[in-house]
Write a protein that binds this ligand. Structure first.
Ligand SMILES: NC(=O)c1ccc[n+]([C@@H]2O[C@H](COP(=O)([O-])OP(=O)(O)OC[C@H]3O[C@@H](n4cnc5c(N)ncnc54)[C@H](O)[C@@H]3O)[C@@H](O)[C@H]2O)c1
Ligand SMILES: O=c1ccn([C@@H]2O[C@H](COP(=O)(O)OP(=O)(O)O[C@H]3O[C@H](CO)[C@@H](O)[C@H](O)[C@H]3O)[C@@H](O)[C@H]2O)c(=O)[nH]1
Length: 325
């Protein structure tokens, strides 16, 4: 019998790609989302349940209606800068509300959980590429909120046999090949969508935050990973739990680093638009280089990224153009 997966935050950027892939692989999918930063039209399955994670009664209603086998959790607030100014908002939604969800899962005897964590748990890295065992010293309330949930999950596993797979994403990017769903954040703070909005003429210029880093072209270096490669890893992480494997934490990145200038140049090449670029001061809290060592995922999940940087920008461009029509 097909398994039923509850995707919390399935109307958001990464969650909507996960939903589409799960359905394509034959899973029954239920989306739970309050549409605070998500969009109903990004949901490509029929079972959409509007609700807030703070509302336990609504969650219980959904858990009684469907025979849920596992939960994939994408719902969170994601802006690092905002988390510094308003930490309460982040600890409530990214920590307290996850505890609500775990409570209801345990009440309904649902014991498999997939969690979206982030490279932000490492803070300023000690070594590049970053392995899972490196010190976790998050510098923002956003990064701390994710690390707290990772720690809560360890305890819930020990005490309540809740099995989880936790993924620390590096820079999620790109869009589904169909052009039907893609990255839609408001406000947008991520580099690639901002660059493409500039190419579309929706912004007058793109700012490079910092040109004095100790890197090959003095701009920051990041590891961009296609959203469908993330979704594929999540399904592998889910299936290993169904097979009885233990809880684990995995980095998810491509292992390749590209600088901000390299991203801008590649976007100019792919879009064939020569937009304006302005050199600006550093943005607070940005480490110079973040590159993942994802060999644990490669070994234990037989996972390899299929999309390269060119594919990432091409699919994202395809989506941004379709959004404008
Ligand atoms: N985008 C990235 O580059 C990135 C990198 C690392 C980790 N992550 C993590 O991945 C996850 C998804 O990120 P995204 O970029 O898709 O964000 P997003 O804002 O597009 O999606 C989040 C979704 O969760 C929903 N949501 C938020 N709070 C809710 C609540 N209380 N109740 C119900 N629904 C709620 C929103 O409406 C939205 O649909 C997040 O947990 C984020 O921390 C993202
Ligand atoms: O207009 C812009 C926007 C960004 N950048 C730079 O581009 C790089 C990438 O920035 P961004 O796309 O905002 O991603 P990150 O700050 O690297 O953070 C993302 O990737 C992290 C993991 O690496 C996750 O934890 C975060 O949630 C996610 O937002 C950084 O050096 C920024 O300074 C610019 O120069 N100009």
């Amino acid at each position: 019998m097909e398994k039923t997966i509850l995707v919390v935050g399935g109307a958001g950027y990464i969650g909507s790609h996960q939903v589409k892939m799960l359905a394509k692989r034959g899973y029954e999918v239920v989306v739970y989302d309050n549409l605070s930063t998500g969009y109903r039209d990004l949901v490509t399955v029929d079972n959409f349940e509007k609700g807030d994670l703070a509302d336990k009664d609504r969650l219980k209603e959904v858990f009684s209606r469907y025979d849920i086998d596992a939960v994939m959790h994408f719902a969170a607030f994601i802006q690092v800068g905002e988390s510094v100014k308003n930490p309460a908002k982040y600890y409530k939604n990214n920590v307290v509300n996850v505890i609500n969800l775990l409570d209801v899962m345990l009440e309904y005897d649902v014991k498999y959980f997939i969690f979206s964590s982030t490279a932000a748990v490492y803070g300023e890295p000690e070594e590049i590429p970053i392995k899972e065992g490196q010190a976790k010293k998050p510098i923002s309330p956003y990064g701390k909120s994710k690390l707290m949930v990772e720690q809560i999950l360890e305890d819930y596993d020990r005490a309540y046999n809740l099995r989880y797979t936790c993924f620390r994403y590096f820079n999620a990017s790109g869009a589904d090949e169909s052009g039907r769903i893609g990255e839609k954040h408001d406000p947008e703070t991520h580099l690639i969508p901002l660059v493409l909005q500039t190419a579309l003429g929706e912004r007058d210029e793109i700012y490079i935050f910092g040109t004095d880093y100790d890197t090959r072209d003095n701009t920051c270096i990041r590891d961009f990973i296609h959203v469908n490669d993330l979704a594929d890893a999540h399904i592998r992480g889910l299936e290993r739990l169904f097979e009885g494997d233990n809880s684990e934490v995995f980095n998810l990145g491509s292992g390749d680093g590209y600088s901000v200038r390299e991203i801008i140049d590649k976007a100019k090449e792919i879009t064939q638009v020569n937009f304006k670029v302005v050199e600006d001061d550093r943005r607070e809290g940005d480490p110079a280089v973040l590159i993942a060592d994802s060999s644990k995922a490669t070994q234990m999940l037989a996972w390899e990224p299929k999309y390269n940087l060119e594919d990432i920008i091409r699919t994202a461009w395809n989506w941004h153009k379709s959004e404008k029509i």
